[in-house]
Structure formats: structure tokens, C-alpha cells
Design a protein around this ligand. Structure first.
Ligand code: ACO
Length: 447
């Protein structure tokens, strides 16, 4: 074994004989646990026999040290700021690829050739419309409902409309469900927005590209023509690519856990959307904007940093820190460049929120508290400012994240369903509640 397993990268050698010997000091009993190696990244200890051998479960709240599955989709090296999909670096994909090509890559393990790419685009285009009756779902919501509340319900409701893609044992139905979700999410997201602002729904246009079509459904109105700004189209394409998948994060793990019981794919993705909604996950970019607005001016940065460092204050620097990245999040670097190009294209010379964000980043990265804890800007630090510059209201930010992440959820769900060793996810617990006691009739209970 290498001296520092966390930095082991290439595991091409044969390590099949590697074990870690574990000794229980209480009983004096020892066992050998196999060390498993992926193609790169930290090795993992196979503890499947631990309970049978020793009677112990493991305790790891938040799963900080637990691998929940084997996966071949996405690799992250958090200490070096590396993110790769199927072996391709995220910044190369963001610079040189397009979102649908990345979708193909995530779902099919390789980049498409020209014919495969054309066929895939065509298949997606065939499924962009929603069943007409789905409009009644939208109409049942209050106009001031949070867009995520509507999205989670509408995506779950897809299972009530597309009965021919619910059988998870049928490979063709799994593929059809995946295509439907990637194709319909922009339509759902745009309709959520139109419903909130009281404008008529705009139908998908299959002569447009995936991103341009989404912008058209979101921002066009029947009364006048809409032409998307190419800089905005390219920036949104990059945002979608950067959010397409991110290994076993909270929402992806939620999708896998929901799917492990055999639930249908639409229900599983709705579960993932619910998890994404929280401010510690996909809701963080909205929180970043609120924080920068509350700040009002850069002179207040020391005050915000002091609050973030104060353990008695629940305030955290939003858009900073990450469970996995202990280095600059590679997605944040691309988004910062993207933001600069959108501001230039829109002729915006001064964007006060961007100025505050850059000054805050600089101050935090020079502050011992953030340096020692390896807290860097994450994907959400610049994405909110960028989405707002593109014309999206804050309440739509997490909806856009869900739209882009759907392909990752679907790819991970399919990988799990197609893995013969998968079984229902069922964690254990450390029980700290009351032990057995007799039932107390109502009249004898203390008031
Ligand atoms: N501001 C101030 N201190 C922070 C921050 C922050 N943003 N993030 C972490 N810390 C501190 C913690 O208080 C802790 O300090 P301690 O060691 O003195 O106790 C230390 O850094 C380690 O942090 P953890 O809480 O262990 O980090 P964890 O992995 O549990 O949380 C998380 C990661 C939730 C992202 C956290 O950094 C955070 O709350 N950030 C702000 C919210 C945010 O930006 N979320 C988006 C994440 S990206 C995404 O989901 C798409």
C-alpha cells in the first residue's frame, strides 16, 4: 500500500492481496478487511463483513468517510481541485463541448461520434413536449408558489403520464425515461417560470438548440420576436455542463437511495430535486446573492468575515467551503470567466455584486481562518450573479441547477439499477433513545 492512501492516483498494479488488519482491544479478536482500489482516488476498506465478524456497525454521520457505491461516471480529487466525467476534465468539457454532448457522455460512457451525436439530438428533440393535461398541474398551484415546489411536484407527476417508461427492469424503458427527463426538464423549468409571472406557456421549438430553445421558452412572448444573445447562450451552455453531475453528493445519493427500493425513475428524480432545494446544497447561490446584497459595500467585508468565523453565530460565508473540495472548485473558476464575458457582452461596466464578490474572495483567501480550513469559493459563489446578469430571478436559480443535474441523476440511477450487486440502501444507526419501558395509560400520564 502507498504511504498516503488519500493521494494514491494510479492503481494499475495488482493490489488484490492488500488487507488492513483490525484488532478489537475488548475481545482480542482480529480480522483482515480487504482494501479495494478504483482506477484512481483513495482506496476504500471493504467493511461488509465487519458486523458478522465483530458485531460492530460503523458510525459516520454525514458519510464523510463512507463510499456508498462503485461508480464509473464522475471522479473528484478535492485536494487538487480535479473534476472529471468519464475521464474528461471539466474545464475541457466546459470550453470545448456542448451540454447535450456531455449528456451523451454521462449516459453512454463515451463522447458520441458525429452520427451518434445527430441521432441523440434528434431523439431528445422528439421528447421536448409535455402531455397536454400537465398544464392542469401548473394551474393548481398558487402563482406565488416557489418554482422548486412546482418543479418537484410536476417531475414526480411525470410518472402518472408516461406509463411506458416505468418498468425499471426493461432496458428500453429505462433509456426512454432517461431521454424523456433530459428532454422535458427545460420545458418544465420554463413553464414554471411563465406560470409564476403570469405569461402564457411557450411551446418548445425543435429548430433551436437545447439551450437556445430553453431561453426561448423562458423569455419569449407571443407578442414579439426573441433573439437570444450568443454570449448568454454560451454561458448557459457552460453553466449546464458544470452542473451536469457531481459524484455522490446529497441529491444524487438521494436519487440512488430512492431508486434502490425499485421506485420509478420520475419519482427518484423528484426526490433528488427535493434534496437539491436546501440552502446547503443547490439553494446556496440564492443565499450568496442575498449575502452580497446585505453587505451593501465592500467596506463591510471584515464584518462579514468576522461573523463567518464566530462559532456563536450561525452565519457562514455562502458560496465558500465544500465537503469534497479543499482547493479552488474548478467550476467556480470557469463561472467567474463566464460572468466576465456576459457582463462585457451586455455592456455592463460595473456590477457592484461582482465587485463585492471578488473583494470578498480575495479577503477570505488571505484570512488565516479560511486558509487553515481550506475553504475556497465553490460553484455557487459566482453562479448566482451570473444567472441574474442573464435575466433569471433568484427563485429560478435552483430550478436551473435541477434542470442541468437531471442527466447526472439519471446516469447514476441507471448505473445503480444496472449493477447486479445493487441492493436496497438501508443504513444502520447508533440508538441513543429510551430503553424498554411499560406503556402508561392516558389518565396516569403527568400533566
Ligand atoms: N463559512 C465559515 N466557516 C465555514 C464555512 C463557511 N462557508 N464552511 C465551512 N466552515 C468551517 C466550519 O465551521 C468548520 O470549522 P471548524 O473546523 O472550526 O468547526 C470547518 O470549516 C469545516 O467545515 P464543515 O462544516 O466540516 O464542512 P462540511 O463539509 O460539513 O460542509 C458545506 C460543507 C455545507 C458546503 C459548508 O462549507 C457550507 O455550509 N458552506 C456554505 C454553503 C454553501 O456554499 N453551500 C454550497 C455547497 S456546493 C453545492 O452544494 C452545489
Amino acid at each position: 500500500m502507498s504511504e498516503d492512501p488519500s493521494h494514491s492516483q494510479d492503481h494499475s498494479q495488482d493490489h488484490s492481496q492488500d488487507f488492513v488488519t483490525l484488532k478489537d482491544e475488548r475481545s482480542g479478536k482480529s480480522t483482515r478487511l480487504p482494501v479495494l482500489y478504483g482506477s484512481q482516488g483513495s482506496p476504500v476498506l471493504d467493511i461488509a463483513t465487519l458486523h458478522a465478524e465483530f458485531g460492530y456497525y460503523t458510525f459516520d454521520p454525514g458519510y464523510g468517510a463512507t463510499g456508498s457505491c462503485a461508480s464509473a461516471i464522475t471522479f473528484i480529487n478535492g485536494s487538487e481541485g480535479v473534476l472529471m466525467h468519464r475521464g474528461y476534465d471539466i474545464s475541457e468539457l466546459a470550453e470545448q463541448s456542448d451540454y447535450l454532448e456531455v449528456c451523451y457522455l454521462l449516459l453512454n460512457a463515451d463522447l458520441p461520434n458525429k452520427t451518434q451525436k445527430d441521432e441523440f439530438f434528434q431523439t431528445i428533440r422528439n421528447h421536448t413536449m409535455l402531455h397536454d393535461q400537465m398544464q392542469y398541474f401548473f394551474r393548481g398551484f398558487r402563482r406565488d408558489a416557489h418554482p422548486m415546489a412546482i418543479m418537484v411536484a410536476v417531475v414526480g407527476a411525470l410518472s402518472a403520464f408516461y406509463h411506458d417508461s416505468l418498468d425499471i427492469q426493461d432496458e428500453e424503458q429505462r433509456k426512454l425515461a432517461s431521454i424523456r427527463m433530459v428532454a422535458k426538464m427545460p420545458t418544465i423549468a420554463a413553464q414554471v417560470y411563465k406560470y409564476a409571472i403570469g405569461q402564457p406557456f411557450v411551446s418548445p421549438r425543435n429548430d433551436l438548440g437545447y439551450v437556445e430553445n430553453f431561453l426561448n421558452m423562458t423569455f419569449s412572448v407571443p407578442a414579439e420576436a426573441y433573439h437570444a444573445d450568443p454570449a448568454v447562450v454560451r454561458a448557459l451552455e457552460q453553466i449546464f455542463i458544470l452542473h451536469a453531475d457531481h459524484e455522490q453528493n446529497a441529491s444524487t445519493s438521494t436519487v440512488r437511495l430512492a431508486g434502490s427500493s425499485g421506485a420509478n425513475p420520475f419519482a427518484c428524480i423528484a426526490a433528488g430535486i427535493s434534496s437539491l432545494w436546501g440552502p446547503a446544497h443547490g439553494g446556496a447561490n440564492e443565499a450568496v446573492l442575498n449575502m452580497l446584497e446585505d453587505m451593501e459595500e465592500t467596506s463591510r467585508i471584515p464584518e462579514f468575515l468576522a461573523r463567518a468565523k464566530d462559532k456563536d453565530d450561525p452565519f457562514r460565508l455562502m458560496g465558500f467551503g465544500h465537503r469534497v473540495y479543499k482547493n479552488y472548485d474548478p467550476r467556480a473558476a470557469v463561472l467567474r470567466k463566464c460572468l466576465e464575458s456576459v457582463l462585457i457582452s451586455k455592456g455592463v461596466e460595473r456590477e457592484p455584486l461582482f465587485e463585492r464578490a471578488r473583494a470578498l474572495e480575495k479577503a477570505a483567501l488571505e484570512d488565516a481562518y479560511f486558509v487553515e480550513r481550506k475553504l475556497f469559493p465553490n460553484v455557487d459563489f459566482y453562479s448566482g450573479i451570473l444567472l441574474r446578469a442573464m435575466g433569471f430571478p433568484t427563485s429560478m436559480f435552483t430550478v436551473l441547477f435541477a434542470l442541468a443535474r437531471t442527466v447526472g441523476w439519471v446516469a447514476q440511477w441507471r448505473e445503480m439499477v444496472e449493477d447486479p450487486s445493487s441492493r436496497i440502501g438501508r443504513p444502520r444507526q447508533l440508538y441513543r433513545g429510551r430503553t424498554k419501558r411499560p406503556f402508561v395509560p392516558l389518565e396516569q400520564r403527568k400533566s
